[in-house]
Structures are given as structure tokens and as C-alpha cells.
Write a protein that binds this ligand. Structure first.
Ligand code: PLP
Length: 377
């Protein structure tokens, strides 16, 4: 059997920039400012430039990045936050952690992102049937594709809701050349190693164009500090990004635009080869995805594990994101499900399968993935 293909090849990326990473780490060891060293502010500045944000607050994880804006807005018990169920747990988890109520909204079958029409129904249904106060919407850029921000922004404006973009998978994705912050009040992202822009540990960032909000986030990041860390003006957390990770991210951000282009070349090849055999992702021409995952929808739900096994035997790894939507998970079964059921989320969880995707996937390797999938089907 030929060597197994990498699902995400972080080693190839590291080989490309290893000299710069080593030098950046050495510089950090020499100055010794492990917490909030100069690389943190330097990285925040560079990221803001990349994503069109006047303020960037780096933090310890994508999970904290989603939670901290909700804290800054005072989201609490009795508040409702609308979010998809077909997403990673962190999206809804932080809402529940603050004592508020995640209200699950269905997604669209094609984009796999929040369905604006379902959101609208969810908001109306809540105002009829519940004492919960609608406060915010969390839209997720699933698999690297931007949610339908123009439509969701309009709905949020109509109902006085805040809009948080969970771009843990979608940093760099654009609609009509604009990043999600063009529409969202705030954007949260993650630098978990396997995300499109990953560090070598945990990390995250919050992007906003609201300086007052950013100041609150900076306070929350260090135990709710006021004048200094021993002056506590609110309940916060220890949510800082390590200087070490910022130093690494500065180097990785430099090649990120090129990596996004490479991911799009890979995606284009997949779409051409697989468009007739599975439901391959199809983007409107005004959108650019960062392809955190290349996720196809299989024609038959019950053959998925057999297909995965057959591909694995050919050295081709696959993954399922997500096998169980959040509203079907034990930890979330008490929370409201808009309309009583989420048929699209349920259906997707049975047919989705993600293929190897990274900027360094060689054409010959990709051809093996394509052949293995066709043979397995
Ligand atoms: C990964 C992820 C998060 C959480 O990021 P961490 O850095 O792992 O805490 C949140 N939301 C989504 C959609 C994610 O994919």
C-alpha cells in the first residue's frame, strides 16, 4: 500500500517556514517576556490589517473568543442567543456557560450555514412562546465558508440583536471581497493547530471596529482589570494569548494569503473531479472560502462508514464533522430547538464526509483521494 495521505499536513507547512519560526522563538526566549510580550501587540496589528479590523484582542482560545464578546454584552440568565446546531460544541457551550439559553436554528443544505429564513422564524417563535429575551445571533462560518452575513445582519437590525461571527473555521473568508466584520459586530476566531490559521497550541482572537467594546474585551482578558490587574472592575478571566504563540502566528500570517489561494486550487480540483459523484460544495462567485474542511455530501447515508473504511484501506483518511448535531447531544437536550426539529441539520449529520484538505496537498495525492472515493462509491 502507498503511504497514507495526511488529512491536514502541518509538517509540510512547518518545513516551509521552519527557519523563521526558529528565529522567532529564539528572539522570544532572549527577551523573556512570556506573557503579553511585544509579539502579542505586533500580531494583533498584523491580523487587524489582514481582516479589516481596527481592534484585535488576542486571547487564549477560540472558545474564549466566542465567549468574551457575550460577556462584554452582559449576556446572562434569561437571555436567548440564536445559533446553529450543526457546528462545533463551543459555539453553543459558551452561551450555556454564561447561564443564557442557546436557541438552535437550522442550516441550509447547500451552504451548511445558518438559514436566514429559519433564523427569522426562530425569533418570531421565541417572542410568541417564551419569556426569554432575544439578545444575539452567533453565525458560524462552517468549513471555512462565510455565513450569509448580509441577510443575517438585516434580520439582526430589524430585531435589535447583536451579531457575533464565529469564524473559528472561516478567518479570511470573504463575500464580495469583504470579511465578516463588515457585517458582524464582532468576529471570533481560533488558532487551534488544525484551523486554517493555526498556532502550535491553543489561541484565539476577537476582531471588532468598536474601540469601547475592545477595551472591555481587554479588561475581561485579564481578570476584569481596571487601571491594572489588581483593580478589578468586572468579573473576567485569564484569557491571554501566549507571547510564544503570537511569535509563531506572525510568521504563519505572512504566508496565510498564499495558503488560502492554494486551498482554493485544491478545492477547485475536487469540485471538477467529484461534482458528478457526490454533492460537492458550490460557492457563489462573489464568495471566497478558506476551506477549513472540504466536506462533501454522500448520496446514501447508510454507506458512509463502509466508504470511509474502503478509503482508509487505500491510505486515504476522511472525517465526519459533525456526526451528531448539538441539539441531539446529551449536554444540550434541554435547550430550545426552533420549530421543534432541525431536519436539515439531522440530514447533513448523516451524509457529510470531509476529505484531506490543506495548502500543500500534491496533485498526485489528490488524485488518489479522488480515485479512492470513486472506487468506494
Ligand atoms: C474550533 C472551533 C471553536 C473553538 O476553538 P478552540 O480554539 O478550539 O477553543 C469554536 N467554534 C467553531 C465553529 C470551531 O470550529
Amino acid at each position: 500500500m502507498a503511504d497514507a495521505i495526511a488529512f491536514i499536513d502541518l509538517a509540510a507547512q512547518q518545513a516551509r517556514i521552519r527557519g523563521h519560526i526558529d528565529a522567532a522563538i529564539k528572539k522570544m526566549l532572549d527577551h523573556g517576556q512570556y506573557i503579553m510580550g511585544p509579539e502579542v501587540a505586533a500580531f494583533e496589528g498584523a491580523l487587524g490589517e489582514f481582516a479589516g479590523a481596527s481592534d484585535v484582542v488576542s486571547c487564549s482560545s477560540g472558545t474564549d473568543a466566542v465567549m468574551m464578546p457575550l460577556m462584554a454584552w452582559g449576556i446572562q440568565a434569561g437571555d436567548a442567543v440564536f445559533c446553529p446546531s450543526f457546528t462545533f460544541a463551543a459555539t453553543a457551550e459558551v452561551v450555556a456557560l454564561l447561564g443564557a439559553t442557546p436557541v438552535f436554528v437550522d442550516v441550509e443544505a447547500d451552504s451548511m450555514n445558518m438559514d436566514p429564513a429559519a433564523l427569522e422564524r426562530a425569533i418570531e417563535e421565541l417572542s410568541r412562546n417564551s419569556d426569554l429575551r432575544p439578545r444575539a445571533v452567533i453565525a458560524v462560518d462552517l468549513f471555512g465558508r462565510a455565513a450569509d452575513y448580509p441577510a443575517i445582519r438585516a434580520i439582526c437590525d430589524q430585531h435589535g440583536l447583536k451579531l457575533l461571527s464565529d469564524a473559528a473555521q472561516g478567518l479570511g473568508a470573504t463575500i464580495d471581497g469583504k470579511h465578516s466584520l463588515h457585517w458582524a459586530d464582532v468576529v471570533a476566531t481560533s488558532f487551534f493547530p488544525a484551523k486554517p490559521l493555526g498556532c502550535y497550541g491553543d489561541g484565539g482572537a476577537i476582531l471588532t471596529n468598536d474601540a469601547v467594546h475592545a477595551a472591555t474585551l481587554r479588561s475581561l482578558r485579564v481578570h476584569g482589570k481596571g487601571r491594572d490587574k489588581y483593580d478589578c472592575v468586572r468579573i473576567g478571566l485569564n484569557g491571554r494569548l501566549d507571547t510564544l504563540q503570537a511569535a509563531i502566528l506572525i510568521e504563519k500570517l505572512k504566508i496565510f494569503p498564499d495558503e488560502i489561494e492554494r486551498r482554493n486550487v485544491v478545492a477547485q480540483r475536487y469540485a471538477e473531479a467529484l461534482g458528478n459523484v457526490v454533492k460537492a460544495p458550490k460557492l457563489p462567485t462573489d464568495q471566497i472560502s478558506v476551506w477549513a474542511q472540504y466536506t462533501v455530501q454522500l448520496p446514501e447515508a447508510d454507506k458512509r462508514s463502509a466508504i470511509q473504511q474502503a478509503m482508509k484501506a487505500q491510505g486515504v483518511p476522511t472525517a465526519v464533522y459533525y456526526p451528531l448535531p448539538l441539539h441531539r447531544q446529551k449536554a444540550y437536550e434541554e435547550f430550545p430547538v426552533s420549530g421543534g426539529a432541525l431536519p436539515v441539520s439531522d440530514g447533513l449529520s448523516e451524509v457529510v464526509m470531509s476529505l484531506p484538505m490543506h495548502p500543500y496537498l500534491q496533485e498526485a495525492e489528490q488524485d488518489r483521494v479522488i480515485e479512492a472515493l470513486k472506487a468506494a462509491l
